[in-house]
Design a binder for this molecule. Structure first.
Ligand SMILES: Nc1ncnc2c1ncn2[C@@H]1O[C@H](COP(=O)(O)OP(=O)(O)OP(=O)(O)O)[C@@H](O)[C@H]1O
Length: 575
């Protein structure tokens, strides 16, 4: 885990995770470009229609020509309507495709990310994942098509110049004003977008923490403390968002004012030209209509730039996540078809990110295949950390952890963990049915195997008393079941599929004495001949093991046959 901010961590412009889905959708964007180009051309037609009506039809009282022209214009309007709809539709399709592709890659990255590199706060991480929506909004927004309108600004200016000569000057003069306003506000916008995003993540962080532990928050009366954190996050987010919106609106408002000025400029200059008979009324009207078509795309570009700022910040954040190292080897990973279960740690030292002390230091230990070892030690002595290293969840900074003589870093992490049945301390279940939680879509765990594992763990005994049984839908994290029931399901999940290595971290901590005794009785034949690592504070559970290792402050202080170590412990001869 890391507390380092991700902002500005990676500035690479076009990362493959974004560029590839964009390129895949180039066909769709091409259709959008064609539609946008046609819409621009139709816009020119409408202004030429105005000119023709004023210069040819009204002076000549040619009503029949007006009917013909109107029919022609109606067709153009109809096409324009259809094309505008199509443009929105295609942009949405491309946006949705990109969102799907990038979202899929990002989730895969999240699953593969090394745990020691992930952001420390869950809220921050989920907030970063949400930034995907900012990207989607950008790629699925019709504003994006404003880029295609840009070359048509030149075409429109050329038509104005052709029809009205100097009438082109007012809109031409306004272009640098709008562009300058957008360029000048952009750096501030970038900074405010980054700040607003950081504040948004802080809000998300408080929210996720509160929602995730609402029961505890209420029970311990932490509500007012969290409410104050929430209010503070709300205040700063509201403040930075306001600044962001205000700055963004400067360029957009400038564009709108520039539009009015250019329009008025055309009228003022045009009246002079009209008086000198240098242009006709039709030309003046056509040029004033066309003037709007010069500035409007610029206003769109200003909006696009403000969105671009937020998108760029979101992109950098997501890219920083994407750049994080994955677990597993850099080269070809090993996929063990089956393992014997021999575990060896050689001079292993490990320190959690940002921790002052090493959680494990100088650990050397060999566990033979099929050996059952209990781990004892005071709170915080490093027992769970040892299990995490064997599961390959963290890598040691010094030394090596090996399974069957191979460094665990060489294995494909997923393949390795399929060979290890682990029930960790927190017993978190996944939203879904009890069946989903025990089988976890493993092909080797069918219904019979699930029932076998559930019977061993004690799950089967209470499943019969619950409506829906194994199809009972659990809420997030297994809410809706008691702590002991969740623990029992976690044990069933670990046992299912008969993995050669079993890692149990306090497997009976939430169970009553009788349930624990029953569990030990059922487990004894099951763990026979399998490598078992059993972390516990309960001496009764040690009946399942033949050897005991005692840890203290990250070091091994005793290691030997169960009875020998227990005697030494009773005699107070172990630190
Ligand atoms: N995710 C973490 N980040 C930082 N430090 C951690 C983390 N998990 C554990 N530690 C620290 O590592 C040390 C060993 O913790 P570990 O959980 O391995 O102890 P343990 O022996 O399993 O304790 P317990 O019996 O309470 O479960 C402790 O000092 C703890 O503060």
């Amino acid at each position: 885990m890391t507390d380092q901010p991700l902002i500005a961590a990676a500035r690479e412009r076009f990362a493959p995770w974004l560029i590839e889905p964009m390129l895949e959708n180039r066909g769709t964007y091409l259709k959008v470009a064609v539609a946008a180009a046609m819409i621009n051309l139709f816009g020119l037609v409408a202004s030429l229609f105005t000119m023709t009506v004023y210069d040819r039809i009204i002076p000549n009282d040619a009503s029949s020509s007006l009917v013909g022209l109107s029919i022609g214009l109606a067709i153009v309007v109809l096409f324009d309507f259809v094309l505008r709809l199509l443009r929105v539709y295609f942009v949405d399709i491309a946006g949705a495709n990109i969102d799907y592709e990038v979202g899929d890659t990002l989730f895969a990255k999240l699953l593969a990310m090394r745990l020691d590199r992930r952001p420390a706060s869950t809220g921050t991480l989920t907030g970063l994942m949400r930034e995907l929506e900012t990207l989607r909004d950008f790629f699925a927004s019709a504003t994006l098509t404003a880029i295609i309108d840009v070359p048509f600004i030149l075409l429109t200016l050329a038509v104005i110049a052709l029809l009205g000569g100097v009438l082109v000057l007012p809109p031409l003069a306004m272009i640098p004003v709008v562009v300058l306003a957008a360029l000048l506000t952009n750096p501030a916008l970038d900074r405010l977008s980054a700040k607003s995003l950081g504040d948004g993540l802080r809000k998300q962080s408080v929210l996720v923490e509160t929602v995730g532990s609402l029961e505890t928050v209420k029970a311990i009366g932490a509500g007012p403390m969290l409410a104050e954190r929430w209010r503070s996050a709300l205040r700063s987010h509201a403040h930075s968002s306001l600044g962001q919106r205000l700055t963004a609106s400067i360029a957009v408002t400038t564009a709108s004012s520039a539009n009015t000025i250019a329009y008025c400029g055309i009228i003022i200059v045009g009246v002079g030209l009209l008086r000198n008979h240098e242009i006709t009324t039709g030309v003046l009207l056509a040029c004033s209509v066309l003037c709007g078509r010069v500035i409007a795309p610029l206003a769109q570009i200003a909006t696009l730039l403000s969105r671009l700022s937020a998108t760029r910040i979101a992109y950098r954040q997501i890219n920083a996540l994407m750049q994080m190292p994955d677990e597993g080897p850099a080269g070809e990973a090993l996929h063990p078809a089956r393992i014997e279960g021999r575990i060896e740690l050689r001079s292993v030292a490990f320190r959690y990110p940002n921790a002052a002390e090493k959680a494990l230091d100088q650990i050397s230990l060999t566990i033979a295949a099929g050996e059952r070892v209990g781990f004892l030690g005071r709170v915080g002595s490093g027992k769970s950390t040892l299990a995490r290293l064997i599961l390959g969840l963290y890598e040691p900074q010094e030394g090596v952890v090996m399974i069957d003589g191979t460094d665990v870093r060489q294995f494909d992490p997923g393949a390795l963990r399929r060979c290890i049945g682990a029930a960790m301390q927190d017993n978190v279940l996944i939203a879904g049915s009890v069946r989903d939680n025990i089988c976890v879509e493993r092909p080797d765990v069918d219904h019979d195997e699930m029932i076998r594992a559930a019977s061993l763990s004690g799950t089967h005994a209470f499943m019969g008393q619950i409506a829906n049984g194994y199809d009972l839908r659990l809420a997030d994290r297994g809410d809706g079941l008691s702590g002991g029931q969740r623990q029992s399901i976690s044990i069933a999940r670990a046992l299912a599929g008969r993995p050669p290595i079993l890692v149990f971290d306090e497997p009976s901590s939430a169970m009553d004495g009788q349930s624990e005794t029953d569990l030990i009785g059922r487990m004894q034949p099951e763990v026979e001949g399998r490598t078992l690592l059993l972390i516990t504070h309960r001496l009764s559970l040690l009946r399942l093991v033949e050897r005991v290792v005692v840890l203290d402050r990250g070091r091994i202080v005793a290691d030997g046959a169960r009875e020998t170590i227990l005697q030494r412990l009773r005699g107070g001869k172990v630190a």
